[in-house]
Write a protein that binds this ligand. Structure first.
Ligand code: F6R
Length: 573
């Protein structure tokens, strides 16, 4: 989703801002812009589309600015047009503002602006912040920042320039993350550690605001100076592709280490009692794929649901139950809201997140971390496997503990099917539907395989329970329709063989993801995976599906790491 960068004290200000924005590209965006604090006033340059278009617009611009802010926008309020693009200027051009998040009282604020004779030029909620800052400014920038923050409801991370102080940046945040870095002779900020290069990195606390100057940053809360909270520097190795053609492929290959770190960190942690597992997208699939293991481990009925559905479900009593909130980013708005709602309903809320000190870990009473490391590709891969590994580590009964420790090796062996995945990708056609089916633990894996294919190739891919195929969807199966059958549970072999035969009898092409010889032989093509306990299989069986989607997307010439319309973390409900 939207991304923020800012620098003060840089001679190469345009290059510093654009390079920062490029590091945020992976989050998904549809327009980008920068603002410069020049001696003659504030100047903005904005463009719709890729950062490369912004670069073209900036070519040849000479500036005396040493300070500026930049933004990548993922449209929510208003279309992706240049006028809606950040940075936004205030009515008197005194302030330039970039904003991540959603201002919930934007209607009231728009009316307030109009009452004072200011007609906002964009459809955005963000522009209103710039006008409020100028309304509230009487010579003391920090006072204006504080007064403005008090007028906003919702989530925000904001960086602002003020023409009167051209080497300062003002930052404020509530809920949405914002980091501040101090380097030699310059100070910078970013919404994501990936875009920060600095000797010391601090997290701007929730509800805090800050003033950045070339020599450092001052942090404030409710009018008082506060000590900043230092955080470990970001591992820049995660931000470079390091010889891989795409981040997605790099991250697929990093899965054995990610799973190993996660299993190591979580061994000894146990999930008990009646569990409700909640997530969105792939994180929901991780929850669903762990459901049979959860029921085996606890001996009690468990449930998996999407955060969006949980939020609109009946407000039943959750006392005595644990809600497990799963999220790679820890910033997904639906999941964070579901965590708050779960607490209100009496559940004990546990976060399983990949990003420490994220919004989700803050709102849940307890949290554990997956250790996938930063994920850059929009389509999650190592995020999913480390969630599956984490749930396996926390749920597997003692006799399976050794198998859990061996999962990273099985994941590594599953990577060997890349060649077969390329062959399977050739069975897929851009405009023809594909099906992904499985039962029990394989259902979540199948849904995840379908989502991977859909999101990065745009092929209409349906994930469903293998048992459901005959209840309607089979109508779509015709000569050549690819059906990916995930089969890992020996007890379900007869059912899988029957499903494969049923599909092939109608001309469908079965691609089996399985360790089983017979099921492999019953398919048109097999992606062989090592045998692990079926309840632990999702972290392994998903690997060929990721490779299949990846190879198909490359063959179709898709923008693998930045699929259309998608954002890395969906911070709006
Ligand atoms: C799919 C994908 C999304 C996310 C979903 C939840 O590849 O990445 O479906 O899984 O938006 O995100 P997190 O896990 O960050 O809450």
């Amino acid at each position: 989703m939207c991304g923020i960068v800012g620098h003060t004290g840089r001679r190469d200000i345009i290059a510093a801002l654009v390079e920062g924005l490029e590091k945020l590209e992976y989050r998904g965006y549809d327009s980008a812009g920068i603002a410069l604090a020049e001696s003659g006033g504030l100047k903005t340059v904005r463009s719709v589309g890729r950062i490369s278009r912004l670069r073209e617009k900036l070519a040849g611009i000479v500036t005396d600015a040493r300070c500026g802010i930049g933004h990548t926008r993922w449209a929510t309020h208003g279309k992706p047009t240049e006028v809606n693009c950040h940075p936004h200027l205030s009515f008197g051009r005194r302030f330039a503002v970039v904003h991540n998040g959603i201002i919930e009282n934007c209607r009231e604020l728009r009316a307030l602006c109009e009452d004072r004779g200011i007609s906002p030029v964009s459809d955005t909620d963000s522009e209103l912040i710039a006008h409020l800052l100028e309304f509230n400014y009487e010579g003391d920038p920090l006072r204006a920042v504080r007064k403005t923050a008090d007028m906003l409801t919702g989530s925000f991370a904001v960086a602002a320039l003020l023409a009167d102080f051209p080497d300062e940046i003002y930052a404020l945040r509530r809920t949405s993350p914002l980091l501040i870095g101090v380097g030699r002779g310059y100070t910078c900020l970013a919404s994501d550690g990936c875009a920060l290069e600095a000797d010391c990195v601090y997290s701007l606390g929730d509800g805090q605001y800050a003033r950045l100057t070339p020599s450092g940053a001052e942090f404030y809360s409710r009018g008082r100076r506060v000590s900043p909270r230092k955080i470990p520097p970001f591992d820049a190795a995660h931000c470079v592709r390091g010889g891989y053609e795409h981040f997605m492929l790099k991250e697929i290959c990093e899965q054995p280490e990610a799973a190993a770190r996660t299993v190591e960190a979580l061994s000894g942690r146990r999930l008990r009692g009646r569990l409700l597992m909640i997530g969105c997208g792939s994180s929901y699939h991780a929850a669903l794929s762990a459901l049979p293991l959860a029921e085996r481990a606890t001996g009690k009925a468990a449930c998996a649901t999407t955060a969006g559905e949980f939020l609109c479900s009946e407000k039943t009593d959750g006392r005595g139950r644990t809600a497990v909130l799963i999220s790679q980013s820890g910033e997904t708005a639906d999941t964070v809201a579901a965590a708050e709602e779960a607490a209100r309903r009496g559940y004990s809320a546990l976060a399983v997140a990949n990003v420490p000190r994220s919004s989700l870990t803050r709102v849940c009473r307890r949290s554990v971390l997956t250790h996938a490391g930063p994920e850059i590709s929009v389509a999650t891969t190592k995020g999913f496997t480390s969630q599956a590994a984490a749930l396996s580590a926390m749920l597997a009964p003692p006799p399976l503990a050794e198998e859990v420790r061996r999962l990273p090796f099985a994941i590594e062996r599953a990577l060997n099917c890349d060649g077969d995945a390329s062959a399977a990708a050739r069975l897929l056609k851009a405009d023809k539907a594909a099906f992904f089916i499985g039962r029990k633990s394989d259902l979540g894996t199948a849904l995840e395989g379908a989502l991977k294919l859909r999101e990065i190739t745009y092929i209409p891919a349906f994930g469903l329970s293998a048992g459901e195929l005959k209840h309607g969807s089979i109508a779509l199966i015709e000569e050549g329709t690819p059906v990916v059958l995930v089969h890992t549970d020996p007890q379900l072999k007869d059912k899988s063989l029957l499903t494969a035969a049923t599909v092939r009898a109608r001309g469908g092409r079965v691609i089996a993801v399985t360790p089983d010889d017979e099921v492999a032989a019953a398919a048109d093509l097999a992606l062989r995976i090592p045998a692990v306990h079926p309840l632990l299989s999702p972290a392994v069986a998903v690997v060929p599906l990721q490779l299949l989607a990846y190879r198909a997307a490359v063959a179709l010439g898709r923008d693998v790491d930045k699929p259309r319309n998608l954002a890395k973390s969906v911070t709006v409900e």
